[in-house]
Design a protein around this ligand. Structure first.
Ligand SMILES: [Zn+2]
Length: 448
């Protein structure tokens, strides 16, 4: 049987692939799960026709680090910083997290996944440090599968206690049971606490397990005061850094550590809303750009910040601009160029694909790649008339502009409505799980 064909007709197409080009008016042909053709006025017989006029058609956004089990704790940490007795590391990871049952982690992940799809994020890396038991991993993987999103499941150990002796075997079991094929929506990574939060030997052992299994590594480094100890430097001098690793935050790393990441081909995950809000340190975007490395973007924690990439892009570009312009105002002759809107759009797509190890599959609208495509409405009151499509996406739009979302060719959102989800069930499960976890932990949420 021939694969189903869908033609997105007459949109403004941002392929973000220089060899394909962008089109003021163009079409995208989806065949089965892949992109078959991109160009102006495609002549296609026997395809479902979707009118894309007045929309911007582009690759889905890609998030490179989010703790999705925290989905039921959205905005609970509005005034919670990273460190200290009332900080995130204590309250969320040591008070609330231990009370998550597998079902609560499932609901948190499910909420976060549908929130991603609704916001036009088609790939997310789930940095999942909630594996109190082996069953927790089964539960969150079930949620990711059920949602239909493309995800990197990054297996992490719980942070409120020492790893169980069997933790490495749980990871190996998950790898064999769920990830023996790479030709699926879910792929595997390993999310160790890293050298700032475990002794050197434990960090080294974690790296070795990830590489034994063939999983990419994703790790927080340069995290507030924890990042000021040259711990990543120690790993670098031991020859442990490699191109299979994504480094999150990097805010308080020293220059040698950042250079070591660059020299070994590592990728960088910037979470600037979180870093600025919670006290991780100054987002190090310019320090990477100066060395020729562009960031990917990540939401990190919905306990504190919004779940969408519009916020991410505007936060990252505003931050970089203020630093660049401030240097000019101070008369600095070699002040950096303010980063462009087009570059930031690529950070939210192309660079995300690279950091998640999926750049051969997603990140651009390229024939042969998976059909992870979004349509953003340009005829809404917040952006019409569209004068600069890239500028409209980066500076003008929000999640209300996300009209349609396709993951591997499958429609996940159409006409502004999420598909394939029972929202009443989700609402009920979210409330029940939240009530249970908060009550069992004894934590008092902010009061009016
Ligand atoms: Zn994080």
């Amino acid at each position: 049987m021939a694969a189903q064909r869908t033609l997105l007709k007459g949109g403004t197409v941002l392929s973000l692939d220089p060899s394909v080009g962008n089109f003021k008016q163009g079409d995208v042909l989806i065949e089965g799960s892949t992109i078959a053709e991109v160009g102006p006025d495609l002549q296609v017989a026997e395809a479902e026709l979707i009118d894309a006029s007045n929309t911007i058609v582009m690759p889905g956004f890609i998030d490179t680090h989010r703790h999705m089990w925290e989905g039921i704790l959205r905005n609970i940490g509005a005034d919670v910083p990273l460190e200290g007795d009332a900080g995130y590391l204590t309250v969320i990871l040591n008070v609330l997290a231990p009370h998550f049952r597998p079902d609560d982690a499932y609901v948190g992940d499910l909420l976060a996944a549908y929130g991603c799809i609704d916001a036009g994020i088609t790939t997310v890396l789930d940095w999942s440090h909630i594996q109190a038991t082996s069953e927790h991993a089964d539960a969150v993987i079930k949620a990711l599968q059920e949602s239909g999103i493309r995800a990197v499941f990054a297996y992490g150990n719980p942070w409120w206690k020492y790893p169980e002796p069997d933790q490495d075997d749980w990871f190996r079991r998950v790898a064999t049971q769920y990830f023996s094929s790479k030709d699926q929506l879910l792929t595997l990574a390993y999310a160790p606490p890293g050298p700032e939060f475990t002794p050197f030997d434990a960090a080294k052992a974690n790296w070795e397990v990830a590489r034994e299994v063939g999983a990419r590594i994703t790790v927080h480094v340069g995290v507030g005061t924890f990042g000021q100890q040259d711990k990543l430097g120690e790993m670098a001098r031991a020859g442990l850094l490699g191109p299979d690793t994504t480094y999150i935050h990097c805010t308080t790393l020293n220059d040698d550590e950042i250079q070591a990441i660059v020299d070994t081909g590592g990728t960088f995950s910037l979470a600037s809303p979180v870093e600025m809000m919670m006290g991780h340190g100054l987002p190090p975007t310019q320090r990477f750009l100066d060395r020729g490395v562009r960031p990917s973007l990540s939401v990190d924690v919905e306990t504190n910040v919004p779940n969408d990439m519009f916020t991410q892009m505007r936060s990252a570009i505003s931050m970089q601009h203020v630093l660049a312009f401030d240097q000019r105002l101070a008369g600095k002759q070699d002040a950096p160029e303010p980063v462009s809107s087009r570059a930031v759009l690529e950070w939210a797509t192309v660079e995300g694909a690279r950091a998640n190890g999926l750049d051969d599959k997603v990140g651009t609208l390229t024939p042969g790649k998976e059909a992870d495509v979004i349509m953003l409405r340009g005829d809404r009151i917040n952006v019409m008339p569209v004068n600069d499509p890239v500028g409209a996406v980066v500076w003008g739009m929000d999640t209300s502009n996300v009209d349609s979302v396709f993951v591997a060719g499958k429609a996940m959102k159409r006409d502004g409505q999420l598909l394939n989800v029972d929202l009443d069930r989700l609402r009920r499960l979210a409330t029940e799980s939240r009530d249970y976890v908060v009550s069992a932990s004894g934590f008092t949420p902010p009061q009016l």
